[in-house]
Write a protein that binds this ligand. Structure first.
Ligand SMILES: Cc1cc2nc3c(=O)[nH]c(=O)nc-3n(C[C@H](O)[C@H](O)[C@H](O)COP(=O)(O)OP(=O)(O)OC[C@H]3O[C@@H](n4cnc5c(N)ncnc54)[C@H](O)[C@@H]3O)c2cc1C
Ligand SMILES: NC(=O)c1ccc[n+]([C@@H]2O[C@H](COP(=O)([O-])OP(=O)(O)OC[C@H]3O[C@@H](n4cnc5c(N)ncnc54)[C@H](O)[C@@H]3O)[C@@H](O)[C@H]2O)c1
Length: 479
Protein backbone atom coordinates (compact mmCIF):
# COMPACT_ATOMS: atom_id res chain seq x y z
CA UNK A 1 0.00 0.00 0.00
CA UNK A 2 1.46 3.41 -0.94
CA UNK A 3 2.24 5.88 1.80
CA UNK A 4 2.19 9.65 1.41
CA UNK A 5 4.43 11.56 3.80
CA UNK A 6 3.50 14.92 5.34
CA UNK A 7 4.94 16.99 8.15
CA UNK A 8 1.54 17.13 9.88
CA UNK A 9 -1.65 15.07 9.45
CA UNK A 10 -4.82 16.53 10.95
CA UNK A 11 -7.83 14.23 11.44
CA UNK A 12 -11.04 16.27 11.34
CA UNK A 13 -11.66 19.50 9.43
CA UNK A 14 -13.94 21.25 11.90
CA UNK A 15 -13.08 24.77 13.03
CA UNK A 16 -10.29 23.38 15.16
CA UNK A 17 -8.67 21.10 12.57
CA UNK A 18 -8.82 23.95 10.06
CA UNK A 19 -7.00 26.25 12.45
CA UNK A 20 -4.23 23.77 13.31
CA UNK A 21 -3.70 23.24 9.58
CA UNK A 22 -3.52 26.99 9.03
CA UNK A 23 -0.91 27.56 11.74
CA UNK A 24 1.22 24.60 10.62
CA UNK A 25 1.08 25.77 7.00
CA UNK A 26 1.97 29.31 8.06
CA UNK A 27 5.15 27.85 9.55
CA UNK A 28 6.00 26.21 6.22
CA UNK A 29 5.05 22.64 7.17
CA UNK A 30 3.28 20.33 4.70
CA UNK A 31 -0.20 19.40 5.95
CA UNK A 32 -2.93 16.88 5.08
CA UNK A 33 -6.40 17.36 6.56
CA UNK A 34 -8.70 14.32 6.65
CA UNK A 35 -12.47 14.85 6.77
CA UNK A 36 -15.23 12.23 6.74
CA UNK A 37 -18.24 14.56 6.44
CA UNK A 38 -18.32 18.30 5.74
CA UNK A 39 -15.31 20.61 5.94
CA UNK A 40 -16.25 23.11 8.64
CA UNK A 41 -17.40 20.47 11.13
CA UNK A 42 -20.27 20.31 13.57
CA UNK A 43 -19.96 24.02 14.38
CA UNK A 44 -20.74 25.24 10.86
CA UNK A 45 -23.61 22.89 10.01
CA UNK A 46 -25.25 21.46 13.15
CA UNK A 47 -24.14 23.55 16.12
CA UNK A 48 -22.94 27.16 16.57
CA UNK A 49 -23.95 28.74 13.27
CA UNK A 50 -27.42 27.28 12.72
CA UNK A 51 -28.34 27.57 16.41
CA UNK A 52 -27.32 31.21 16.55
CA UNK A 53 -29.14 31.88 13.27
CA UNK A 54 -32.28 30.45 14.94
CA UNK A 55 -31.74 32.52 18.09
CA UNK A 56 -30.85 35.93 16.65
CA UNK A 57 -34.43 36.70 15.54
CA UNK A 58 -35.63 35.81 19.05
CA UNK A 59 -33.27 38.35 20.53
CA UNK A 60 -34.08 41.00 17.90
CA UNK A 61 -37.80 40.61 18.57
CA UNK A 62 -37.27 40.74 22.34
CA UNK A 63 -35.23 43.95 21.93
CA UNK A 64 -38.00 45.62 19.97
CA UNK A 65 -40.68 44.44 22.39
CA UNK A 66 -38.74 45.73 25.40
CA UNK A 67 -38.99 49.41 24.44
CA UNK A 68 -42.12 51.56 24.42
CA UNK A 69 -42.56 52.94 20.93
CA UNK A 70 -40.93 50.06 19.06
CA UNK A 71 -43.07 47.61 21.05
CA UNK A 72 -46.20 48.99 19.41
CA UNK A 73 -44.66 48.47 15.96
CA UNK A 74 -44.27 44.72 16.55
CA UNK A 75 -47.52 43.18 15.46
CA UNK A 76 -46.93 39.44 15.42
CA UNK A 77 -44.75 36.48 16.29
CA UNK A 78 -41.60 35.35 14.46
CA UNK A 79 -42.07 34.25 10.88
CA UNK A 80 -40.75 30.69 11.16
CA UNK A 81 -40.39 30.17 7.42
CA UNK A 82 -38.10 33.17 7.04
CA UNK A 83 -36.09 32.26 10.14
CA UNK A 84 -35.50 28.70 8.90
CA UNK A 85 -34.62 30.01 5.45
CA UNK A 86 -32.06 32.44 6.89
CA UNK A 87 -30.66 29.61 9.07
CA UNK A 88 -30.23 27.49 5.92
CA UNK A 89 -28.14 30.21 4.31
CA UNK A 90 -25.85 30.33 7.38
CA UNK A 91 -25.13 26.61 6.90
CA UNK A 92 -24.49 27.20 3.15
CA UNK A 93 -27.35 24.73 2.68
CA UNK A 94 -25.09 22.02 4.22
CA UNK A 95 -22.52 22.31 1.42
CA UNK A 96 -18.86 22.86 2.14
CA UNK A 97 -17.47 24.27 -1.15
CA UNK A 98 -16.51 27.59 0.46
CA UNK A 99 -14.56 25.91 3.26
CA UNK A 100 -12.89 23.48 0.84
CA UNK A 101 -11.67 26.49 -1.13
CA UNK A 102 -10.29 27.97 2.07
CA UNK A 103 -8.36 24.79 2.92
CA UNK A 104 -6.93 24.78 -0.59
CA UNK A 105 -6.03 28.48 -0.28
CA UNK A 106 -3.74 27.79 2.67
CA UNK A 107 -1.95 25.08 0.71
CA UNK A 108 -3.09 22.09 2.79
CA UNK A 109 -4.18 18.86 1.07
CA UNK A 110 -7.77 17.83 1.85
CA UNK A 111 -8.25 14.06 1.98
CA UNK A 112 -11.90 12.99 2.03
CA UNK A 113 -12.61 9.89 4.10
CA UNK A 114 -12.61 8.40 7.59
CA UNK A 115 -9.20 8.63 9.26
CA UNK A 116 -7.88 6.13 11.79
CA UNK A 117 -4.57 5.90 13.60
CA UNK A 118 -2.58 2.94 12.32
CA UNK A 119 0.30 2.87 14.76
CA UNK A 120 2.68 5.75 15.60
CA UNK A 121 2.74 8.63 13.08
CA UNK A 122 0.49 6.76 10.62
CA UNK A 123 -3.08 7.53 9.59
CA UNK A 124 -5.12 5.16 7.40
CA UNK A 125 -7.97 6.81 5.49
CA UNK A 126 -10.94 4.86 4.15
CA UNK A 127 -12.02 6.96 1.19
CA UNK A 128 -15.58 7.24 -0.17
CA UNK A 129 -14.34 5.33 -3.25
CA UNK A 130 -13.50 2.31 -1.09
CA UNK A 131 -9.69 2.72 -1.18
CA UNK A 132 -7.50 2.92 1.90
CA UNK A 133 -4.76 5.54 1.80
CA UNK A 134 -1.93 5.74 4.32
CA UNK A 135 -0.58 9.12 5.34
CA UNK A 136 2.54 9.36 7.48
CA UNK A 137 3.51 12.30 9.68
CA UNK A 138 7.14 13.39 10.17
CA UNK A 139 6.28 15.71 13.06
CA UNK A 140 2.71 15.39 14.33
CA UNK A 141 -0.72 13.81 13.99
CA UNK A 142 -3.47 16.03 15.38
CA UNK A 143 -6.81 14.54 16.43
CA UNK A 144 -9.51 17.18 15.93
CA UNK A 145 -12.48 14.86 15.50
CA UNK A 146 -14.83 16.75 17.83
CA UNK A 147 -17.77 15.28 19.73
CA UNK A 148 -21.23 13.90 19.13
CA UNK A 149 -24.44 13.97 21.14
CA UNK A 150 -24.47 11.47 24.01
CA UNK A 151 -27.80 9.69 24.46
CA UNK A 152 -28.78 7.85 27.64
CA UNK A 153 -29.45 4.11 27.32
CA UNK A 154 -33.22 4.36 27.86
CA UNK A 155 -35.69 1.63 26.90
CA UNK A 156 -37.35 2.48 23.60
CA UNK A 157 -35.10 5.42 22.77
CA UNK A 158 -33.47 3.92 19.69
CA UNK A 159 -36.92 3.34 18.09
CA UNK A 160 -38.28 6.76 19.08
CA UNK A 161 -36.33 8.77 16.45
CA UNK A 162 -35.25 11.40 19.03
CA UNK A 163 -33.79 14.74 17.99
CA UNK A 164 -30.20 15.39 18.99
CA UNK A 165 -28.49 18.74 18.52
CA UNK A 166 -28.21 17.85 14.81
CA UNK A 167 -31.97 17.68 14.23
CA UNK A 168 -32.64 20.59 16.61
CA UNK A 169 -30.42 22.86 14.51
CA UNK A 170 -31.39 21.57 11.06
CA UNK A 171 -35.14 20.74 11.29
CA UNK A 172 -37.22 22.12 8.41
CA UNK A 173 -40.59 22.19 10.20
CA UNK A 174 -41.77 23.44 13.59
CA UNK A 175 -43.19 20.66 15.77
CA UNK A 176 -46.40 21.54 17.59
CA UNK A 177 -45.06 20.20 20.91
CA UNK A 178 -41.36 19.72 21.64
CA UNK A 179 -40.05 18.00 24.76
CA UNK A 180 -36.47 18.90 25.65
CA UNK A 181 -34.55 16.57 27.98
CA UNK A 182 -31.62 18.27 29.76
CA UNK A 183 -30.91 21.61 31.38
CA UNK A 184 -27.55 22.51 29.86
CA UNK A 185 -26.63 24.94 27.13
CA UNK A 186 -28.06 23.03 24.17
CA UNK A 187 -31.34 22.43 26.01
CA UNK A 188 -31.71 26.08 27.03
CA UNK A 189 -30.83 27.56 23.64
CA UNK A 190 -33.00 25.15 21.66
CA UNK A 191 -35.96 25.49 24.05
CA UNK A 192 -35.72 29.25 23.60
CA UNK A 193 -35.50 29.06 19.80
CA UNK A 194 -38.25 26.51 19.15
CA UNK A 195 -40.69 28.09 21.61
CA UNK A 196 -40.27 31.39 19.75
CA UNK A 197 -40.70 29.60 16.42
CA UNK A 198 -44.10 28.32 17.54
CA UNK A 199 -43.57 25.03 19.39
CA UNK A 200 -45.03 24.46 22.83
CA UNK A 201 -41.81 23.47 24.62
CA UNK A 202 -41.59 21.44 27.81
CA UNK A 203 -38.17 21.10 29.44
CA UNK A 204 -37.59 17.94 31.46
CA UNK A 205 -34.66 18.71 33.71
CA UNK A 206 -33.09 16.07 35.92
CA UNK A 207 -31.35 18.59 38.19
CA UNK A 208 -32.77 21.39 40.31
CA UNK A 209 -32.19 24.15 37.76
CA UNK A 210 -30.78 25.24 34.42
CA UNK A 211 -27.16 25.89 33.40
CA UNK A 212 -25.85 24.45 36.64
CA UNK A 213 -22.19 24.94 35.70
CA UNK A 214 -22.61 28.73 35.72
CA UNK A 215 -23.25 31.02 38.72
CA UNK A 216 -26.56 30.01 40.36
CA UNK A 217 -28.36 33.28 39.53
CA UNK A 218 -27.84 32.61 35.81
CA UNK A 219 -30.09 29.56 35.75
CA UNK A 220 -32.70 31.40 37.79
CA UNK A 221 -32.93 34.42 35.48
CA UNK A 222 -32.77 32.33 32.31
CA UNK A 223 -35.54 30.08 33.65
CA UNK A 224 -37.65 33.19 34.35
CA UNK A 225 -37.11 34.40 30.80
CA UNK A 226 -37.99 31.04 29.27
CA UNK A 227 -41.09 30.71 31.47
CA UNK A 228 -42.21 34.23 30.45
CA UNK A 229 -41.89 33.12 26.84
CA UNK A 230 -44.19 30.16 27.56
CA UNK A 231 -41.72 27.31 28.09
CA UNK A 232 -42.85 24.81 30.71
CA UNK A 233 -39.86 23.91 32.88
CA UNK A 234 -40.12 20.77 35.00
CA UNK A 235 -37.13 20.26 37.29
CA UNK A 236 -36.17 17.20 39.32
CA UNK A 237 -37.69 14.98 36.64
CA UNK A 238 -36.05 11.78 35.33
CA UNK A 239 -37.02 10.24 32.01
CA UNK A 240 -37.02 6.46 32.38
CA UNK A 241 -38.40 5.29 29.05
CA UNK A 242 -39.58 6.49 25.64
CA UNK A 243 -42.34 5.17 23.37
CA UNK A 244 -43.15 6.01 19.77
CA UNK A 245 -45.30 3.11 18.49
CA UNK A 246 -45.20 4.20 14.82
CA UNK A 247 -42.75 6.49 12.99
CA UNK A 248 -45.34 9.25 12.57
CA UNK A 249 -47.05 8.87 15.96
CA UNK A 250 -46.49 11.11 18.95
CA UNK A 251 -43.76 10.31 21.45
CA UNK A 252 -44.46 9.46 25.08
CA UNK A 253 -41.85 9.99 27.76
CA UNK A 254 -42.11 7.96 30.95
CA UNK A 255 -41.15 10.04 33.98
CA UNK A 256 -40.00 8.44 37.23
CA UNK A 257 -42.80 8.70 39.79
CA UNK A 258 -44.68 11.51 38.00
CA UNK A 259 -46.43 9.85 35.09
CA UNK A 260 -45.85 10.59 31.43
CA UNK A 261 -45.36 13.49 29.07
CA UNK A 262 -46.38 13.52 25.41
CA UNK A 263 -44.87 15.47 22.54
CA UNK A 264 -44.52 15.49 18.76
CA UNK A 265 -40.72 15.50 18.93
CA UNK A 266 -38.25 15.00 21.73
CA UNK A 267 -34.78 16.55 21.88
CA UNK A 268 -32.19 14.81 24.02
CA UNK A 269 -29.65 17.49 24.98
CA UNK A 270 -27.85 15.32 27.50
CA UNK A 271 -24.20 16.11 26.88
CA UNK A 272 -21.44 15.08 24.46
CA UNK A 273 -19.18 12.09 23.82
CA UNK A 274 -15.79 12.35 22.07
CA UNK A 275 -15.58 11.07 18.49
CA UNK A 276 -12.64 8.84 19.31
CA UNK A 277 -14.37 5.44 19.31
CA UNK A 278 -13.42 4.31 15.78
CA UNK A 279 -10.11 6.10 15.55
CA UNK A 280 -7.53 3.34 16.00
CA UNK A 281 -6.57 4.63 19.45
CA UNK A 282 -5.80 1.05 20.49
CA UNK A 283 -2.97 0.97 17.90
CA UNK A 284 -1.07 3.57 19.95
CA UNK A 285 -1.94 2.23 23.41
CA UNK A 286 -4.95 4.45 24.14
CA UNK A 287 -8.55 3.53 24.99
CA UNK A 288 -11.10 3.86 22.17
CA UNK A 289 -13.91 6.26 22.96
CA UNK A 290 -11.97 8.19 25.61
CA UNK A 291 -11.43 11.94 25.87
CA UNK A 292 -7.77 12.51 24.96
CA UNK A 293 -5.86 13.98 27.87
CA UNK A 294 -3.24 16.51 26.82
CA UNK A 295 -0.69 18.89 28.29
CA UNK A 296 -1.15 22.63 27.80
CA UNK A 297 0.47 22.50 24.34
CA UNK A 298 -2.26 19.96 23.45
CA UNK A 299 0.20 17.06 23.19
CA UNK A 300 -1.45 13.78 24.28
CA UNK A 301 0.19 12.87 27.57
CA UNK A 302 0.04 9.07 27.41
CA UNK A 303 1.80 8.58 24.07
CA UNK A 304 5.58 8.29 23.82
CA UNK A 305 7.76 10.54 21.62
CA UNK A 306 5.32 13.46 21.63
CA UNK A 307 3.99 13.12 18.07
CA UNK A 308 0.24 12.91 18.92
CA UNK A 309 -1.80 16.04 19.66
CA UNK A 310 -5.53 16.47 20.37
CA UNK A 311 -7.34 19.79 20.03
CA UNK A 312 -10.92 20.97 20.37
CA UNK A 313 -13.83 18.94 21.70
CA UNK A 314 -11.87 15.66 21.36
CA UNK A 315 -9.65 16.58 24.33
CA UNK A 316 -12.59 17.58 26.55
CA UNK A 317 -10.79 20.67 27.94
CA UNK A 318 -13.53 23.18 27.03
CA UNK A 319 -16.21 22.20 24.51
CA UNK A 320 -16.43 25.51 22.71
CA UNK A 321 -15.40 26.53 19.22
CA UNK A 322 -13.39 29.58 20.29
CA UNK A 323 -11.51 27.63 22.99
CA UNK A 324 -10.77 24.87 20.47
CA UNK A 325 -9.48 27.39 17.93
CA UNK A 326 -7.30 28.92 20.64
CA UNK A 327 -5.87 25.45 21.35
CA UNK A 328 -5.35 25.02 17.61
CA UNK A 329 -3.29 28.23 17.39
CA UNK A 330 -1.20 27.13 20.36
CA UNK A 331 -0.74 23.52 19.19
CA UNK A 332 0.12 24.73 15.68
CA UNK A 333 2.78 27.05 17.09
CA UNK A 334 4.17 24.31 19.37
CA UNK A 335 4.30 21.75 16.54
CA UNK A 336 6.14 24.24 14.33
CA UNK A 337 8.60 25.21 17.09
CA UNK A 338 9.37 21.58 17.92
CA UNK A 339 9.73 20.72 14.21
CA UNK A 340 12.22 23.55 13.82
CA UNK A 341 14.14 22.58 16.96
CA UNK A 342 13.14 25.73 18.86
CA UNK A 343 12.54 25.35 22.62
CA UNK A 344 8.98 24.89 23.90
CA UNK A 345 9.14 25.52 27.65
CA UNK A 346 7.05 23.23 29.88
CA UNK A 347 4.55 24.83 32.28
CA UNK A 348 4.99 28.29 30.74
CA UNK A 349 1.73 29.74 32.11
CA UNK A 350 0.29 32.33 29.67
CA UNK A 351 3.21 31.64 27.29
CA UNK A 352 2.91 31.19 23.50
CA UNK A 353 2.74 27.40 23.75
CA UNK A 354 0.43 26.90 26.74
CA UNK A 355 -3.38 26.98 26.45
CA UNK A 356 -3.65 28.58 29.91
CA UNK A 357 -7.04 30.18 29.25
CA UNK A 358 -8.58 26.69 29.06
CA UNK A 359 -8.27 26.44 32.80
CA UNK A 360 -8.19 30.08 33.94
CA UNK A 361 -10.24 32.14 31.49
CA UNK A 362 -12.75 30.07 29.52
CA UNK A 363 -15.36 32.31 27.93
CA UNK A 364 -18.91 31.37 27.04
CA UNK A 365 -22.06 33.07 25.86
CA UNK A 366 -25.42 31.31 26.09
CA UNK A 367 -27.54 32.97 23.41
CA UNK A 368 -30.91 32.52 25.12
CA UNK A 369 -33.26 35.38 26.00
CA UNK A 370 -31.95 36.64 28.40
CA UNK A 371 -28.35 35.88 27.47
CA UNK A 372 -25.74 34.60 29.87
CA UNK A 373 -22.03 35.31 29.51
CA UNK A 374 -19.08 34.28 31.62
CA UNK A 375 -15.30 34.47 31.65
CA UNK A 376 -13.10 32.50 34.03
CA UNK A 377 -14.21 30.90 37.28
CA UNK A 378 -17.45 30.90 39.21
CA UNK A 379 -17.24 31.53 42.95
CA UNK A 380 -17.73 27.80 43.59
CA UNK A 381 -14.89 26.88 41.21
CA UNK A 382 -12.58 29.49 42.73
CA UNK A 383 -13.25 28.18 46.24
CA UNK A 384 -12.86 24.59 45.06
CA UNK A 385 -9.41 25.48 43.73
CA UNK A 386 -8.43 26.95 47.08
CA UNK A 387 -8.51 30.67 46.28
CA UNK A 388 -9.45 33.13 49.02
CA UNK A 389 -12.19 34.63 46.88
CA UNK A 390 -15.07 37.07 47.24
CA UNK A 391 -18.08 37.45 44.95
CA UNK A 392 -19.34 40.96 44.28
CA UNK A 393 -22.82 41.26 42.76
CA UNK A 394 -24.80 44.06 41.22
CA UNK A 395 -28.15 44.57 39.54
CA UNK A 396 -27.60 45.28 35.85
CA UNK A 397 -31.03 46.90 35.68
CA UNK A 398 -29.78 49.79 37.84
CA UNK A 399 -27.28 50.87 35.17
CA UNK A 400 -28.51 53.79 33.04
CA UNK A 401 -27.32 52.14 29.81
CA UNK A 402 -29.34 49.01 30.56
CA UNK A 403 -32.47 51.02 31.43
CA UNK A 404 -32.17 52.64 28.00
CA UNK A 405 -31.79 49.25 26.28
CA UNK A 406 -34.99 47.82 27.76
CA UNK A 407 -37.84 49.16 29.89
CA UNK A 408 -37.58 47.32 33.21
CA UNK A 409 -34.28 45.68 32.21
CA UNK A 410 -33.70 42.52 34.25
CA UNK A 411 -30.12 41.37 34.69
CA UNK A 412 -27.33 40.73 37.09
CA UNK A 413 -23.54 40.78 37.17
CA UNK A 414 -20.94 39.19 39.41
CA UNK A 415 -17.21 39.46 39.64
CA UNK A 416 -15.14 37.00 41.65
CA UNK A 417 -12.07 38.63 43.19
CA UNK A 418 -8.90 36.85 44.29
CA UNK A 419 -8.46 38.62 47.63
CA UNK A 420 -4.75 37.83 47.89
CA UNK A 421 -3.72 39.30 44.51
CA UNK A 422 -6.70 41.67 44.02
CA UNK A 423 -7.32 40.47 40.48
CA UNK A 424 -10.46 39.02 38.95
CA UNK A 425 -10.84 35.23 38.73
CA UNK A 426 -14.17 35.35 36.95
CA UNK A 427 -17.01 37.54 35.74
CA UNK A 428 -20.59 36.55 34.88
CA UNK A 429 -23.40 38.59 33.34
CA UNK A 430 -27.00 37.70 32.65
CA UNK A 431 -29.49 39.91 30.82
CA UNK A 432 -30.49 40.99 27.34
CA UNK A 433 -27.48 41.52 25.08
CA UNK A 434 -24.77 40.79 27.66
CA UNK A 435 -22.75 38.66 25.23
CA UNK A 436 -21.24 41.79 23.76
CA UNK A 437 -20.16 42.92 27.26
CA UNK A 438 -18.04 39.86 27.77
CA UNK A 439 -14.75 40.70 26.14
CA UNK A 440 -13.89 43.45 28.62
CA UNK A 441 -14.29 40.84 31.35
CA UNK A 442 -12.17 38.38 29.40
CA UNK A 443 -9.34 40.90 29.14
CA UNK A 444 -9.58 41.70 32.86
CA UNK A 445 -9.43 38.00 33.79
CA UNK A 446 -6.83 36.78 31.27
CA UNK A 447 -4.77 39.94 31.77
CA UNK A 448 -4.95 39.61 35.56
CA UNK A 449 -5.58 43.35 35.62
CA UNK A 450 -5.37 44.62 39.23
CA UNK A 451 -8.67 45.89 40.64
CA UNK A 452 -6.98 49.23 41.35
CA UNK A 453 -6.17 49.62 37.67
CA UNK A 454 -9.70 48.73 36.56
CA UNK A 455 -10.86 52.04 38.08
CA UNK A 456 -8.89 53.71 35.28
CA UNK A 457 -10.78 51.75 32.60
CA UNK A 458 -13.58 54.31 32.37
CA UNK A 459 -16.79 52.99 30.77
CA UNK A 460 -18.55 55.35 28.35
CA UNK A 461 -21.81 56.92 29.53
CA UNK A 462 -24.56 55.79 29.12
CA UNK A 463 -23.57 52.24 28.10
CA UNK A 464 -24.27 48.98 29.90
CA UNK A 465 -20.51 48.77 30.52
CA UNK A 466 -21.05 51.13 33.44
CA UNK A 467 -21.89 47.92 35.28
CA UNK A 468 -18.12 47.79 35.84
CA UNK A 469 -18.32 50.93 38.01
CA UNK A 470 -21.14 49.42 40.05
CA UNK A 471 -19.08 46.25 40.56
CA UNK A 472 -15.98 48.20 41.60
CA UNK A 473 -18.00 50.41 43.97
CA UNK A 474 -19.61 47.34 45.53
CA UNK A 475 -16.16 45.78 46.03
CA UNK A 476 -14.76 49.01 47.53
CA UNK A 477 -17.74 49.33 49.86
CA UNK A 478 -17.44 45.71 50.99
CA UNK A 479 -20.54 44.51 49.10
C1 LIG B 1 -26.20 22.82 19.34
C2 LIG B 1 -24.79 23.30 19.64
C3 LIG B 1 -24.54 24.66 19.64
C4 LIG B 1 -23.25 25.11 19.92
N1 LIG B 1 -23.04 26.46 19.95
C5 LIG B 1 -21.81 26.92 20.21
C6 LIG B 1 -21.57 28.32 20.23
O1 LIG B 1 -22.46 29.14 20.03
N2 LIG B 1 -20.31 28.73 20.49
C7 LIG B 1 -19.31 27.87 20.73
O2 LIG B 1 -18.18 28.30 20.96
N3 LIG B 1 -19.50 26.53 20.73
C8 LIG B 1 -20.73 26.05 20.47
N4 LIG B 1 -20.94 24.70 20.43
C9 LIG B 1 -19.79 23.80 20.62
C10 LIG B 1 -19.04 23.66 19.27
O3 LIG B 1 -19.90 23.19 18.27
C11 LIG B 1 -17.85 22.71 19.40
O4 LIG B 1 -17.07 23.09 20.52
C12 LIG B 1 -17.00 22.76 18.15
O5 LIG B 1 -17.72 22.35 17.02
C13 LIG B 1 -15.76 21.87 18.31
O6 LIG B 1 -14.97 21.97 17.16
P1 LIG B 1 -14.07 20.74 16.70
O7 LIG B 1 -13.38 21.19 15.44
O8 LIG B 1 -13.28 20.25 17.83
O9 LIG B 1 -15.09 19.58 16.36
P2 LIG B 1 -16.25 19.48 15.27
O10 LIG B 1 -16.83 20.79 14.92
O11 LIG B 1 -17.15 18.42 15.78
O12 LIG B 1 -15.49 18.95 13.97
C14 LIG B 1 -14.87 17.69 13.95
C15 LIG B 1 -14.75 17.23 12.52
O13 LIG B 1 -14.03 16.01 12.49
C16 LIG B 1 -14.64 15.13 11.56
N5 LIG B 1 -14.29 13.77 11.93
C17 LIG B 1 -14.65 13.09 13.05
N6 LIG B 1 -14.09 11.86 13.07
C18 LIG B 1 -13.37 11.76 11.92
C19 LIG B 1 -12.56 10.75 11.36
N7 LIG B 1 -12.35 9.59 12.00
N8 LIG B 1 -11.96 10.98 10.18
C20 LIG B 1 -12.15 12.15 9.53
N9 LIG B 1 -12.89 13.15 10.01
C21 LIG B 1 -13.50 12.97 11.19
C22 LIG B 1 -16.11 15.44 11.68
O14 LIG B 1 -16.82 15.02 10.54
C23 LIG B 1 -16.10 16.96 11.86
O15 LIG B 1 -16.15 17.61 10.62
C24 LIG B 1 -22.21 24.21 20.18
C25 LIG B 1 -22.47 22.83 20.18
C26 LIG B 1 -23.74 22.38 19.92
C27 LIG B 1 -24.00 20.89 19.90
N1 LIG C 1 -23.53 28.95 23.23
C1 LIG C 1 -22.60 28.04 23.47
O1 LIG C 1 -21.47 28.35 23.79
C2 LIG C 1 -22.95 26.59 23.35
C3 LIG C 1 -24.18 26.19 22.89
C4 LIG C 1 -24.46 24.84 22.87
C5 LIG C 1 -23.52 23.92 23.26
N2 LIG C 1 -22.32 24.34 23.69
C6 LIG C 1 -21.31 23.38 24.19
O2 LIG C 1 -21.74 22.08 23.93
C7 LIG C 1 -21.54 21.29 25.08
C8 LIG C 1 -22.66 20.30 25.18
O3 LIG C 1 -23.87 20.92 25.58
P1 LIG C 1 -25.04 20.08 26.22
O4 LIG C 1 -26.10 21.02 26.62
O5 LIG C 1 -25.36 18.92 25.34
O6 LIG C 1 -24.32 19.43 27.47
P2 LIG C 1 -24.21 19.93 28.98
O7 LIG C 1 -23.23 19.01 29.60
O8 LIG C 1 -24.03 21.39 29.06
O9 LIG C 1 -25.66 19.64 29.59
C9 LIG C 1 -26.19 18.34 29.63
C10 LIG C 1 -27.47 18.35 30.43
O10 LIG C 1 -28.09 17.10 30.32
C11 LIG C 1 -28.37 16.60 31.62
N3 LIG C 1 -28.31 15.14 31.54
C12 LIG C 1 -27.22 14.37 31.29
N4 LIG C 1 -27.58 13.07 31.24
C13 LIG C 1 -28.92 13.02 31.43
C14 LIG C 1 -29.87 11.98 31.47
N5 LIG C 1 -29.52 10.72 31.31
N6 LIG C 1 -31.16 12.32 31.70
C15 LIG C 1 -31.53 13.60 31.85
N7 LIG C 1 -30.67 14.63 31.82
C16 LIG C 1 -29.39 14.35 31.60
C17 LIG C 1 -27.34 17.23 32.52
O11 LIG C 1 -27.77 17.23 33.85
C18 LIG C 1 -27.27 18.63 31.91
O12 LIG C 1 -28.32 19.43 32.35
C19 LIG C 1 -21.47 22.22 26.25
O13 LIG C 1 -20.42 21.82 27.09
C20 LIG C 1 -21.22 23.56 25.69
O14 LIG C 1 -19.93 23.99 26.00
C21 LIG C 1 -22.03 25.66 23.75
Amino acid sequence: MSETPYDVVVIGAGPVGENVADRARAAGLSVAVVESELVGGECSYWACMPSKALLRPVSALAAARAVAGSREAVTGPLDAEHVLHRRDSFTSHWKDDGQVEWVESIGADLVRGRGRLDGPRRVAVDTPGGETLVLTARHAVVVATGSRAKLPGLPGLDRARPWTSREATSAQAVPERLAVVGGGVVAVEMACAWQALGSAVTMLVRGEGLLERMEPFVGELVAEGLADAGVEIRTGVSVTGVRRPAPDSTVTLELAGVGESEADEVLFATGRAPRTDDLGLETVGLTPGSWLTTDDSCRVTDVADGWLYACGDANGRALLTHQGKYQARIAGAAIAARAQGRPVPEDDRWGAYAATADTAAVTQVVFSEPEAASAGLTLAEAEHRGYRARAVDTDLGSVAGAALVADGYRGRARMVVDLDREVLLGVTFVGHGVGELLHAATIAVAGEVPVGRLWHAVPAYPTMSEVWLRLLEAYRDGG
